[in-house]
Ligand binder design. Structure first.
Ligand code: SAM
Length: 446
């Protein structure tokens, strides 16, 4: 058997793609290795969302070049978003690379690697291809939680973003194929799935007949043995009343919603081409809290978008405080060549971006800490997923609202169990608790 080493950068969708690649290559007698020096084939799955992500890839390719100098037959391949966007640059800056292919070509990875190994290189495959649901199983199918890609691409054209250029237009997988994948995962021991799409709540519009994420929830909910459904990433623009109702009506859908805000300033939202206002966003949060008061929210924020003033920034701070998020991912705006915002006037200096980033993180720490504090004393449903990272004598799991909980329970419950835990300490980034007694196990959150 030949040996494959996979290096994955970026989002959950890349993790999912890497698993498919490992599955497809296993069918061609490639076995995964953690040791890069042992590998016959090294594939780097890349992210292009920010400049820093791209820098990391080039530095990794530099390391691989040194390795290949002592092992010339080793194949180095670059896949994913950078491959799609920068194929020529990759081959110019990193001539040690033998193979470059974009996400549409993943289904053909076996053939591409074989061709590269037969000295057909450098090999470039970055064109469009029909959407296929890859059925090859990843090498390790036994796991508690899994990602399931339900659609590819994005058509939102936010002015900061490269995704529409790296992953193409929106294409949804048919519900039956998704349900079949979930059934197979559950048969292998999986209890929680996260449905993935760049704009996952635009799911199904392109299918015949059209469908939507709410209908998909209902079908996935029917898979016996599955306990929890999560989904990411949603765009406020496509958040419809049926989806809001499904958050209440579909029992396995968890009370956690990742809803990127990007900015609390209407002026910035308009320049970003987000398609909603601050007021509309807040209405959506209110509607979701209305159907499910226990709903936890997380979001993405960009600081230092071109033209952002102190007043715009202050509006973002206001919304973060008003919503009371459980988690906030803060990004400094990164100028992406080809994305419209790269050419906008009033680019913000790195110093100002760094300063806003630091100040916003302080706000986030305070807001998420306060949300966490509310949970002290509550009894919550936890899916046990392993041993606590901090204390090997304790177990760890997640609540439905996606909080990490460490708790005593070794010997009493097992990984994969769903248990009730009473929260004794609400720390800013995790909860501590103890297994609830039957009287305490009247769950606060469903
Ligand atoms: N499709 C989702 C949406 O638009 O709501 C988000 C997907 S994106 C992979 C994850 C996050 O990266 C975005 O929500 C945004 O906050 C951030 N991001 C995207 N482009 C960026 C850029 N040029 N600079 C900084 N952050 C960026």
């Amino acid at each position: 058997m030949a040996k494959l080493h996979l290096i994955t950068y970026g989002c959950q969708m890349n993790e999912y793609d890497s698993e498919r690649v490992a599955g497809l290559l296993r069918e061609r007698q490639y076995e995964l290795t953690d040791e890069v020096a042992e590998a016959d084939v090294v594939l780097v799955n890349t992210c292009a969302i920010r400049e820093k992500a791209e820098d990391k890839v080039f530095s990794k390719l530099g390391e691989l070049k040194r390795l290949k100098a002592g092992k010339p037959e080793m194949i180095i391949g670059v896949m994913g978003c950078m491959a799609q966007l920068h194929q020529e640059t990759i081959l110019r800056r990193a001539p040690q690379v033998d193979l470059v292919f974009g996400s549409p070509a993943i289904a053909r990875v076996g053939e591409l690697v074989e061709r590269a190994r037969r000295h057909e290189r450098p090999l470039l495959e970055t064109g469009e291809a029909p959407l296929v649901k890859i059925t090859a199983k990843p090498p390790s199918t036994e796991r508690l939680k899994a990602f399931v890609t339900v659609m590819e691409g994005c058509e939102k054209h936010c002015t900061f973003c490269v995704v529409p250029r790296t992953r193409g237009r929106e294409r949804s997988h048919p519900p039956a194929a998704i349900v079949a994948e979930v059934e197979e995962l559950v048969a292998g021991g999986c209890r929680e799935v996260t449905l993935l799409g760049q704009t996952v709540n635009a799911y199904g519009r392109d299918l015949t007949p059209p469908t939507d994420l709410a209908e998909l929830f209902a079908r996935v909910n029917d898979v016996a043995g599955l306990e929890r459904i999560r989904f990411t990433t949603s765009n406020p623009y496509n958040l419809t009343p049926p989806l809001i109702a499904a958050m209440r009506d579909v029992p396995k859908v968890c009370e956690w919603f990742h809803l990127p805000l990007q900015s609390g300033s209407d002026r910035m939202l308009e320049r970003m081409n987000r398609g909603y206002t601050r007021a509309r966003y807040l209405d959506l949060i209110a509607a979701l809290r209305d159907v499910e008061p226990a709903m936890a929210f997380s979001t993405d924020i960009i600081v230092g978008f071109p033209g952002e003033t102190e007043a715009d920034f202050a509006e973002t701070v206001e919304v973060i405080e008003q919503v009371g998020y459980d988690n906030v991912f803060v990004f400094r705006y990164s100028r992406r060549p080809g994305a419209p915002a790269a050419d906008m006037p009033e680019q913000v200096s790195d110093d100002v971006k760094a300063d806003r980033n630091r100040r916003l993180l302080e706000v986030v720490e305070r807001v998420t800490g306060a949300r966490s504090a509310r949970l002290a004393g509550r009894t919550m449903e936890v899916l046990v997923d392993g041993v606590s990272r901090r204390n090997p004598g304790e177990l760890a799991g997640r609540t439905r609202c996606n909080r990490v909980v460490n708790f005593d329970g070794q010997g009493q419950v097992a990984v994969g169990d769903i248990v009730e835990v009473r929260v004794t300490d609400a720390l800013p980034h995790s909860l501590r608790g103890t297994l609830a007694t039957p009287e305490e196990a009247v769950c606060w959150s469903k």
